[in-house]
Design a binder for this molecule. Structure first.
Ligand SMILES: Nc1ncnc2c1ncn2[C@@H]1O[C@H](COP(=O)(O)OP(=O)(O)OP(=O)(O)O)[C@@H](O)[C@H]1O
Length: 306
């Protein structure tokens, strides 16, 4: 099957700022594909080129076989794009907005069902300006889906939502994917990426660092485990850094934090025992995608709002 989205060697600069530097991506039908990276990494610019909203300096893009610039009218009918908050008039009612948007499409989805799914059924007559931030966000998702698109691009899907609303939105997105819609998710929330995405592109400073499944990324970063303990007597980090299963050792106060492969715990406890060191307050944690990101890019993703 041909890919739903194909981006080849995309370049885009703003004046003297290189925003996207040779990005290539292939997104298959039916997957939830995440584009993950810190603020300013070039995620939005990349998807805006895919949506036909920006003209690339170089590179080739195909979406459902269409050229986003040349075939913009056709693509608009087939692509669901989440609007950023504030794009609707304050006085428009929720139902009016959905009705208006569905009139743009040849085969729209049932917007009443979408309202139900998004927990907005009792807000149908509410004016946009009177909705809470979370409700506005959910309406923007409904508007992205109202055309019954084959591909939906959701940029910062859950930014501004509280934790419960965020989880509800994730359930909803899984439901949308179950109906066969391919979803591109731009995010800087690790938990969201880990929970929802089949595959992820890590983007940093305009370049794709790596594309893999969330589990594959943590595996490739070679950090299956994070081990914390307080040594019963002073010890030299080199005791542990020399072990092949250990990829990093850091200190936090009197605690030692070791990252390493799934065998790291075995290797670490053996070496400590051999040196008559007791690992006090020992704790082992499974490495997260955040750890992988830090390992692969040397940067920490901010998990707060933009
Ligand atoms: N219209 C513009 N004019 C000039 N520079 C821009 C413009 N839009 C984005 N940039 C710059 O290009 C780089 C990439 O921005 P982009 O918005 O694509 O990143 P992003 O990964 O989506 O970040 P964020 O999560 O903050 O939205 C940033 O350094 C940004 O400051």
């Amino acid at each position: 099957m041909p890919p739903v989205i194909e981006v080849r060697n995309l370049h885009k600069r703003y004046a003297d700022k290189v925003a996207v530097d040779d990005v290539s991506l292939t997104i298959q039908e039916g997957e939830i594909f995440g584009i993950l990276g810190p603020n300013g990494a070039g995620k939005t610019t990349t998807v805006e080129c895919v949506e036909g909203l920006r003209r690339p300096d170089r590179g080739e893009i195909r979406v459902l076989g269409l050229d986003p610039l040349r075939d913009q009218a056709e693509l608009t009918r087939r692509l669901g794009v989440q609007l950023q908050a504030g794009h609707l008039p304050e006085r428009i009612q929720v139902a009016e907005a959905l009705e208006l948007y569905s009139s743009f499409y040849p085969r729209p989805a049932d917007w009443r069902a979408l309202l139900d799914d998004l927990g907005l059924a009792d807000k149908a007559k509410t004016r946009y300006g009177k909705l809470s931030g979370g409700q506005k966000q959910r309406l923007s998702i409904a508007l992205a889906l109202v055309g019954g698109p084959r591909v939906a691009i959701l940029d910062e899907l859950t930014t501004g939502l509280d934790p419960q609303a965020r989880r509800d939105t994730w359930d909803l997105i899984e439901g949308v994917r179950a109906r066969g819609v391919t979803i591109v998710l731009v995010t800087h929330f690790m938990e969201e990426a880990e929970r929802l995405c089949d595959r992820l592109a890590l983007i940093d400073a305009g370049r794709v660092v790596m594309v893999d499944t969330p589990a594959g990324l943590t595996e490739r970063a070679r950090i299956g485990q994070r081990i914390r303990f307080r040594p019963s007597r002073p010890m030299d980090d080199s005791l542990l850094t020399s072990l092949p299963d250990v990829s990093g050792v850091t200190r936090q106060g009197d605690m030692v934090i070791v990252s390493g492969s799934d065998n790291a715990l075995n290797a670490v406890t053996t070496v400590l025992a051999r040196n008559q060191i007791v690992a006090e307050r020992l704790r082992v944690e499974q490495a997260s995608l955040e750890d992988a990101f830090v390992q692969l890019t040397g940067k920490r993703l901010e998990s707060g709002a933009r």
